[in-house]
Design a protein around this ligand. Sequence first.
Ligand code: SAH
Length: 208
Amino acid sequence: MSTPAQRMVAEQLRPHGVTDERVLQAMASVPREEFLSPRMRRHAYEDRALAIDCGQTISQPLVVALMVQAAAPQPDDVALEVGTGSGYAAAVLSRMCRLVVTVEREPALAEHASETLRRLGYDNVEVAVGDGSLGWPAGAPYAVILVAAAARGVPQPLVDQLADGGRLVIPVAFSAEEPQDLRLYTRAGAEVSYRSMFPVLFVPLRPG
Ligand code: SAH
């Protein structure tokens, strides 16, 4: 007997470049349907982004898995997520590191995600309300930073809050029309460099 999340791993993630067993285990353990409204639940294991409240989306599972894999969270790491949305990606991340701080600008989404995470027992996730393009200085530095909304360029506070050896995964937008570039930034001392991963389509990172 396998769960829907385990089948998602076997059918959608393993064949598409997700090879890190810890990521696959984390993805298999988080019930995506619990992060959706009753109306959307029957779509929970389709490999696509789905609507949540406030005109936002829960990211496509494959994209979440590839972002987490690129960021390579370690058991002692503290991670920052910008754009909590439903809380799904924070839950996945929480299975692989010590603490996740996740920042959401919509109070209603933050509240709902926080309730869901608490109900499901993800007790190493802290949900904060604010403008995540400023990062969350109180918890810095972070070994891992995941950004779930597309920015015009990388917000400097996020770079500043990246630990030595840290990994930042962020979709970077060049214009509203073009696909965004999902990038992995890494810090080695004062040097920050990036590589492009693949084109993506995220909701915009909004200021304020
Ligand atoms: N990781 C989420 C997907 C989030 S979609 C999940 O797994 O469900 C992107 C989210 O980023 C939206 O909820 C949006 O409200 C939020 N967002 C947009 N701009 C933001 C900002 N400046 N700071 C924090 N959150 C922001």
